[in-house]
Design a protein around this ligand. Structure first.
Ligand code: AMP
Length: 289
C-alpha cells in the first residue's frame, strides 16, 4: 500500500497507472474509518484493478460553529484498516497542500441544496463539490463510491459529474448499520450512553414511514408528522428536519407516487445524526440508480 501526501506524487502515480490501463476505483472519506467506509472500499476492490482511498477532513465543507476542529481523527488506525482492506493507494494530504492559497474560482451548487442538509448547512455542498472536483482531477477514477447514508451528497455528486462531464461512474452504496439499526458514522462517538440507546429510533421511525406507505398512505405530510412524533416521543434529540422528496432530484412531493427519499436529521447534545431511506414507487428499496 502506498501512502501519498503530496499532490504531484499522486499525479505521477496516476500517470504510471494509465500506462498499464488499469481501472481505478475511488473512495473519498474524512477518515476515522468504520464499516460503512469499508463497504465502499470492498465494492471498489471488487469492481476495479486499483483502489484509491482519500482521507481528508475538508475545511471548506464545515460551517462556522460546526465540528471541524473536533472531528474525530486517528490516522494510524485508518492506515491499518486501509491495509487490511487491500487498498492500493491512500491519499492523505494536509489542508495546506490541497488549498495552498486563496482560490480564484468558486464552485457553487445551485440545485438540490435548498433542502435537507443543504438547507441547514449553507455552503456545505459547495465545499464538497470543490474538494471532489480537485480529487477527481487528481485521481481520475473510473468509478467513485459514495454511501447512501449521505443520499443528498450522492445526488449532488451525480450532478457534479453530469454538469462538469467527469468521465466516471458514481456508484451509490447501501448504508451499513449497527446491529440495532443505527447508521454507522464517525460522529456516533460523540453520543452519550443514553443518546446511543435512543439513536436507533431514527431508523425505526423511517421504517414506520415505509410501513405506512406500504399500507397505502400516500400523503407525504401525514407520513412526516408520524415520523416526527415517533422521534420526539422516544428521544431527547431535537429534530433538524424530516422531509420527503423525489430522489435524486430532491423536489417537494405531496402525493407519494415516484421514487422518494425520506430523510431525517436529529441534533443530540454533541452530534447531529442523519439517516434516510430511499423507496421506489412500489415501496421497495433502491439499490442502484
Ligand atoms: P465521511 O468520512 O463521513 O465523509 O464518509 C465517506 C463516505 O463513506 C461517504 O460516501 C459516506 O456516505 C460513506 N459512509 C459513511 N457512513 C456510511 C455508512 N454507515 N454506510 C455506508 N456508507 C457510509
Amino acid at each position: 500500500m502506498k501512502i501519498i501526501t503530496n499532490l504531484k506524487d499522486l499525479q505521477q502515480e496516476r500517470q504510471s497507472l494509465a500506462k498499464t490501463a488499469k481501472s481505478v476505483g475511488y473512495v473519498a472519506t474524512m477518515g476515522y474509518l468504520h464499516e460503512g467506509h469499508q463497504a465502499l472500499m470492498r465494492h471498489s476492490k471488487a469492481e476495479n484493478d486499483i483502489t484509491v482511498l482519500s482521507i481528508f477532513v475538508n475545511p471548506l465543507q464545515f460551517g462556522a460553529g460546526e465540528d471541524f476542529e473536533t472531528y474525530p481523527r486517528d490516522m494510524e488506525r485508518d492506515q491499518q484498516i486501509a491495509e487490511q482492506e487491500g487498498i492500493d493507494i491512500v491519499f492523505m494530504p494536509d489542508a495546506s497542500a490541497m488549498y495552498p492559497g486563496d482560490s480564484t474560482i468558486k464552485l457553487q451548487v445551485t440545485d438540490r441544496v435548498d433542502v435537507l442538509c443543504g438547507k441547514s448547512r449553507p455552503g456545505h455542498f459547495d465545499g464538497v463539490v470543490t474538494v471532489l472536483a480537485k480529487l477527481f482531477h487528481l485521481i481520475q477514477p473510473d468509478r467513485a463510491y459514495f454511501g447512501l447514508k449521505d443520499a443528498q451528497q450522492v445526488a449532488v455528486v451525480q450532478a457534479l459529474v453530469d454538469d462538469l462531464n467527469f468521465p466516471l461512474e458514481v456508484v451509490p452504496v447501501a448504508t451499513v448499520r449497527e446491529a440495532d439499526g443505527l447508521a454507522k458514522s464517525s460522529r456516533n462517538v460523540y453520543l452519550s450512553e443514553q443518546e446511543r440507546q435512543e439513536a436507533p429510533v431514527i431508523q425505526q421511525a423511517l421504517q414506520q414511514a415505509k410501513q405506512l406507505i406500504a399500507n397505502g398512505e400516500n400523503e407525504a405530510e401525514k407520513v412526516i408528522k408520524h415520523v416526527k412524533e415517533f422521534i420526539i416521543s422516544r428521544t431527547s434529540g431535537r429534530i433538524d428536519y424530516v422531509e420527503i422528496l423525489s430522489y435524486p432530484e430532491l423536489k417537494p412531493v405531496e402525493d407519494i407516487s415516484e421514487r422518494i427519499i425520506i430523510a431525517a436529521a436529529v441534533f443530540f447534545e454533541k452530534a447531529r445524526l442523519i439517516d434516510n431511506i430511499v423507496l421506489e414507487a412500489d415501496g421497495s428499496r433502491m439499490d442502484r440508480f
